[in-house]
Design a protein around this ligand. Sequence first.
Ligand code: ADP
Length: 370
Amino acid sequence: MKMPLQAKHLQEIIHRSNEEYYKKMVEEITDYAIFLLDPAGIIRTWNKGAERIKGYTSEEIIGQHFRIFYTPADRKKGLPEKLLQQAVTFGKTNMEGWRVRKDGTTFWANIVITALHDNTGNNIGFTKITKDLTDRKLMEDVRQLAQKNKELEQLVYITSHDLQEPLSSITGFANILEQYYKGQLDEDGRKYLHYLTQSCAHMSNLIKALLDYSLIGRERKLERVDCNQLVSEVTGNLYHAIHENSAKIIVGELPKLDANFIELELLFQNLIGNAIKFRKKDISPEITIKASKRNDVWEFSIHDNGIGIDEKFQEKIFNIFQRLHNKSEFEGTGIGLAHCKKIVSLYGGNIWVESTPGEGSTFHFTLPCD
Ligand code: ADP
């Protein structure tokens, strides 16, 4: 039966307005970037979500190849082209990965590309739907990192704890040799025994340092800490080093904050102790300790007139067991600054050094204000 002309016209209007509705609906969506690609991957449509997530207006982006959203490494691997091939082969493809916005920043994208076909089955292009999941990804990464850190710390604790026992038997036997059999050894034998006991003592210090490191932050009680009083206790603990080196310590007005006293004591003691230890031979150490408020943190600085640190080591020294000198030059295990870094990061702060070799160093660290 032939449709009356009026009805046909009406159906056409409905059909056209449906198309308009669909177009409008897709255009107005802001949560998802939704757009069409032609079979070669050229962008043909653009919606508000795409503009929000990727930062381009439709005038800027329509007509460009969609590889523009991919990182140089992914482009080199031919990832955009591979995704289109997969969509053609399987009808659809999806993945998650870092993509690039117009301003060069990256976001974590969840994408679905669906191949479109005409009535005869020819590929006529693709729809691409992208969701920005950066917040979720970052939260997941932080959670995973925290978990990995916890596992590592547990491992350090267990190994350092378990290493103590065999080491103490070795030390015990070395002591027996020293006490009862030394007389039966020739000069070489006595020399080797001396090295053995020395190495045992060194290893015991390292293991103890590792164990202490793994224990930092395990049981934390926060209290009101007056940093002026704390620094005066620390200088008391360091009395011998200060006295022997005729060190002068100038302390500015320091704040009170909520913190764990023992952690801050260890932090200041390591930094002030280093400022005295890494002194120049010809001048006595002069150390200035200050604090100032910057936005919402206290920035502390400990300045010395010591040997200084070459720029290329200024980050490395905060790693565990990283030392720039051997034990005969300066005593130490190389864990002090790793302790400092761990303590400061427990408070969400930073620690860094500015230094000129031969002139001195300033260690800075931040702790939160109330
Ligand atoms: P340690 O003092 O046991 O060697 P640290 O972790 O405290 O270990 O320091 C690591 C290295 O950083 C030191 O061996 C030294 O080379 C360098 N360093 C630390 N503090 C200073 C300082 N105030 N002046 C010069 N060098 C320093």
